[in-house]
Design a protein around this ligand. Structure first.
Ligand code: NAD
Length: 251
């Protein structure tokens, strides 16, 4: 695919055993990048670290809470001490909650924004200095189809709003740092074949599939391969872009 030799990539939320982040970490590792596996989930981190090493790349596991500036700063310090550079940040850590606006509390919406938007801000801001010094960087953030057409069976309006915020934030930042060799892009997956999909009752699953022209959920590979392109040297002229990966469910 795309060569990422000598590149160092941080993938937040890459400790979820069946999640998108783990596949992103493995895919970038297979292209030659060293991977920082950063997550709240310590057991999951160890698992992904092992998989990255088995794929032949270096891995550094770090317990990270994206909502804490101290935790984010400590991670950056550790990564720079270990590798001396940060080339790629994939903002993948995210949470959702199924709740109607009528039942939503201020606590609910704050919790979702804290991870999906403010945590993404902290991680993104923290890599800017090293990336600017290198005059090279690739930042890719996970938005969602629900930012554009509402969340359906999985997430609440707070989730959709946080993922829409990610798009606006990324486009603004892309302009701010466009001359520094740093690109900022988003991917917006539709439904992906992860745990949440598998847990869906059959009738609900059928309704969801009926709304996807391709007739199936996406695979984590299909998200990771798009990200592997966006972080490559070959994608140097793509910035401020969002790529929909949704089997046609939103065109
Ligand atoms: P997942 O729940 O499997 O993985 C998310 C990971 O983020 C977990 O390992 C979790 O521990 C970690 N995390 C949560 N809060 C954190 C925090 N405060 N600090 C650090 N790590 C934290 O989710 P997934 O389905 O693999 O989704 C990954 C990303 O893709 C999310 O941003 C999600 O919103 C987005 N997305 C998923 C789908 C889908 O269908 N699964 C669709 C569109 C977008």
């Amino acid at each position: 695919m795309f060569k990422l030799n000598n590149k160092v990539a941080i993938v937040t939320g890459s400790g979820s055993p069946k999640g998108i982040g783990r596949n992103i970490a493995l895919t970038l590792a297979k292209q030659g990048a060293s991977i920082v596996v950063a997550d709240l989930n310590v057991e999951g981190i160890e698992d992904t670290v092992r998989a990255v090493e088995e794929a032949g790349s270096k891995a550094l596991g770090i317990e990270l809470n994206v909502t804490s500036k101290e935790s984010v700063d400590a991670m950056i310090e550790q990564v720079l001490a270990e590798f001396g550079r940060i080339d790629i940040l994939v903002n993948n850590a995210g949470i959702s909650q199924k709740v109607t606006v009528e039942d939503m509390t201020l606590e609910d919406i704050t919790k979702v924004f804290n991870v999906n938007m403010f945590g993404l801000f902290l991680c993104t801001q923290a890599v800017l200095k090293p990336m600017k010094e290198q005059q090279f960087g690739r930042i890719v953030s996970l938005s969602s189809v629900s930012a554009k057409r509402g969340g359906g069976v999985f997430g609440g309006a707070h989730y959709s709003a946080s993922k829409a915020a990610v798009l606006g934030f990324s486009k603004n930042l892309a302009r701010e740092i466009a001359t520094d060799g740093i690109t900022v892009n988003c991917v917006a997956p539709g439904l992906v074949n992860t745990e949440i999909w598998k847990s869906l009752p059959k009738d609900d699953a059928r309704k969801v599939i009926d709304g996807i022209p391709v007739g199936r959920p996406g695979e984590t590979d299909e998200i990771a391969s798009t990200i592997a392109f966006l972080v490559s040297d070959e994608a140097s002229y793509i910035t401020g872009e969002e790529i929909d990966i949704n089997g046609g469910s939103h065109m």
